[in-house]
Design a protein around this ligand. Sequence first.
Ligand SMILES: Nc1nc2c(ncn2[C@@H]2O[C@H](COP(=O)(O)OP(=O)(O)OP(=O)(O)O)[C@@H](O)[C@H]2O)c(=O)[nH]1
Ligand SMILES: [Mg+2]
Length: 624
Amino acid sequence: MTNTLPTIALIGSPNSGKTTLFNALTGLRAKTGNYPGVTVDRREGIVQVASKGARLLDLPGTYSLHAISEDEAIAVETLRGTRPHEPAPDGVLIVADATTLERSLPMIAEILLLGRPTLLALTMVDELKARGGDLDIFRLQGELGIPVVGVVGNKGLGIDDLRERLLDPTVWAKAKNLPQSDVQARFAWADALLKKVTRHPVQESGLTRRIDSILLHPVLGGVIFLAFITAFFQAIFTWAGPAMDWMASFMDQSARWVLANGPDHFLTHMFADGVLRGVGAVLVFVPQIALLFALIFFFEASGYMARAAFVVDRLMGWVGLEGRCFISLLSSYACAVPGIMATRSIPSPKDRLATILVAPFATCSARLPVYALLISAFIPSTPVFGPITMQGLTLLGLYLLGGISAIFFAAIFKRGLLRGASLPFYLELPPYRLPSFSSIAIQVWRRVKVFLSSAGKIILAGSLVLWFLLNHPAPDLGVGADGPPSRQETLEQSYAADIGRALEPLFSPLGFDWRMNVGLVGSFAARELMISTMAQVYAVPDDDENFSGLRTILTTPDPITGKPPLTFAAAISLLIFFVYALLCLSTVAAIKRETGSWRWPLFMLAYMFAVAWVAAFVAYRLAL
Ligand SMILES: Nc1nc2c(ncn2[C@@H]2O[C@H](COP(=O)(O)OP(=O)(O)OP(=O)(O)O)[C@@H](O)[C@H]2O)c(=O)[nH]1
Ligand SMILES: [Mg+2]
């Protein structure tokens, strides 16, 4: 049935509110944000009134029908119907920000000249009013010869009216008053039109100007940016701590309860150790990851993201990368996959590739559990400055190390492999907006769901495979052995131990023992498996009465050998290895998709592994 529905494409400048409108019309929850270039791919949904329906296509924003970057090309090709296997849309819904109509009119003229059924939605009419502006929408409708609807997408105002009109074929008119096709005439037409429909011009937002004079200040801006991210990482530690401790203790108690009360069957052990301890060790990080995303989304939705891109553009100028590369690196701090996709908005192909080549150095949320566990085990929570502790600073240091390394390697690539002049950097600065709690909550919940479902699949499967490899073959008791084999004996003779030992020549210079090697193998599927491996190999002896979380276990000396399972130097080495190594199949797949061949993903796997090995080796030697 969906194939027979008419298709309507949403076209408009970046940050004009297309995705917000798309969500309001279809009930979907595609990602929005208050900076240009949030949407970089097409997405479709169904808009319905009673029995009538249409397919709605949300597209990346574009300033004209002459695309200069990959994301713009997607929008323009979809509109023109030049994408393979995709006919041109039946109708066009132009989305224009009412407060900056003058900037949209030249493209509106271009779209009208295509001669397709077209409708115009004017968004942000609330901001227009608040800033003293007034437009004569009837007049605009008459002049353009197409229906025009004013909406407030994020509050749902005008949406029902727009939906009715979208689905009523009688309102779809072909534009009558076509502008001329040459560029000059189009601009003149736009000017004249704007004069006719403007009742009151919109005022500059005083608040935005005042905030910008501080946040974009040449010196103060940089200082505030640094203070902001320091507070950010401290918050991740401080605020998420109690919830995580509670979850950790809950998971551990459940595993004990199952072992104590379940039948003595291998399934009981598999469930307690593989599922509850293995997956549970990863689930503990849900509060922290939710908080990380909440802070990032707040950052994106408030409008500070675009300013930070400017502040960093000044610092990154010498690298030869523009501020937009920073936006995609910053998105990579949530997850490298959307970060790599966000490079589509970078106009220069060489800058784009250089950004892809370093994006996985940005500290994605999958590293957070590993960092948080090792930091809480090995770094004291000594206060350093007010609420800032040594632990928060170490976390910040690791995040910065990732970011600085990304910029450093990008500079190397831009000077060698990808030499070329940079295009000048421009980025439209959106007004500051107070993000709504519900929109942030919705997006955080969506990310947590992704995390949970990946925990549900890769991490559950990985933990179970690990459980099997760690507990088989059952140890050979030999003649005269007394009692069942100890947990230690089982582990030492397991298949996992064989695999881990086979890797010793490669990893023992970094201070890793076979257990950590097993975790590293698992990390190639998902970084979180490192935690789940540790939870299983260093598992609490079943008779241990007091709950002592994984972090205590890692640092408590073994009664027999007198050494803790993980030494300080090995922990530092592991942290550094995780900063650099490309350990993520989804990222490798995304790089292949975006660069179109296996060449770059293989190159990245190799060079990032080499960097990780050398850096971890140096860190290990220094820490010793
Ligand atoms: N005040 C107000 N804000 C809006 C309205 N519509 C959207 N916004 C906000 O404007 C920002 C941009 O919205 P998006 O829907 O992501 O814009 P977009 O056109 O999809 O942007 P790109 O995908 O980057 O091209 C978000 O912060 C929205 O919350 C509106 O009608 N009024
Ligand atoms: Mg969008």
